[in-house]
Design a protein around this ligand. Structure first.
Ligand code: G3P
Length: 215
């Protein structure tokens, strides 16, 4: 399973890149709005740190506009992947971009029905938002299970990106189900690393090492 970081914060991206664990980055306009930097400048900085897919969201509302935005991103850096919301104009744009060989990530996916259309449109990635489903008392992970099964049934090419991740168990469940990618906010990455028994064990080993007579 590939690990993407779900943030537009450069320091957080660099930290995971330094760990050697960064397969890609996902951003969205909300995340970018927190960074107080022009979006294009920020995207270029992120692309310098991450050689994997850097997902940047299209904001046009019609297929022509989305196609133009995605072409522009693609020209600026080959690893930019344009995120396109799952609606009619978005589906049209994704089909046209796929025919041109430009990879897209369809986002704001909340149902297996949408995910089928995403794959048939030729998107490279499909991003179901599981945390937002959990928030309204639907089990987000059931959606991942459905989409993974459907994509396997038909050998669809789109990779399933588990998005809107809220806690470490989302990551573990995504891996158990066999999702292709999980995109994780920095705070959850910290929680993945830490375990209290690791901290206790390390302290004990260091304390005991200090007791060993020095030769
Ligand atoms: O990758 C999508 C993600 O950024 C949405 O997360 O926490 O706003 O539901 P959230």
């Amino acid at each position: 399973m590939k690990l993407f970081i779900d943030t537009a914060n450069l320091e957080a991206i660099k930290r995971v890149a330094d760990l050697g664990l960064l397969d890609g980055v996902t951003t969205n306009p909300t995340l970018v709005s927190r960074e107080k930097m022009p979006a294009d400048k920020l995207y270029d900085e992120i692309a310098k740190v991450c050689s994997g897919p850097v997902n940047v969201e299209a904001v046009n509302q019609d297929a022509d506009g989305i196609v133009k935005e995605a072409r522009d991103f693609h020209k600026r850096a080959p690893n930019f992947v344009t995120k396109v919301p799952c609606f009619e104009e978005g589906l049209k744009a994704v089909r046209r971009l796929a025919d041109e060989g430009i990879t897209t990530n369809m986002t704001l996916v909340f149902s297996p029905a949408q995910a089928i259309l995403v794959a048939k449109a030729g998107a490279g990635y499909c991003s179901p938002f599981i945390g937002r489903l959990d928030d309204i008392s639907h089990t987000g992970m059931d959606l991942i299970e459905d989409i993974v099964t459907i994509y396997e049934n038909y050998d669809y090419d789109a990779e399933v990106v588990v998005a809107s991740v809220r806690h470490p168990l989302h990551v573990v469940e995504a891996a158990r189900i066999g999702a292709d990618v999980v995109t994780v906010p920095p705070a959850v990455i910290d929680k993945l690393v830490k375990h209290p028994l690791t901290d206790v064990g390390m302290k004990k080993f260091l304390d005991d090492y200090a007791k060993i007579p020095k030769g």
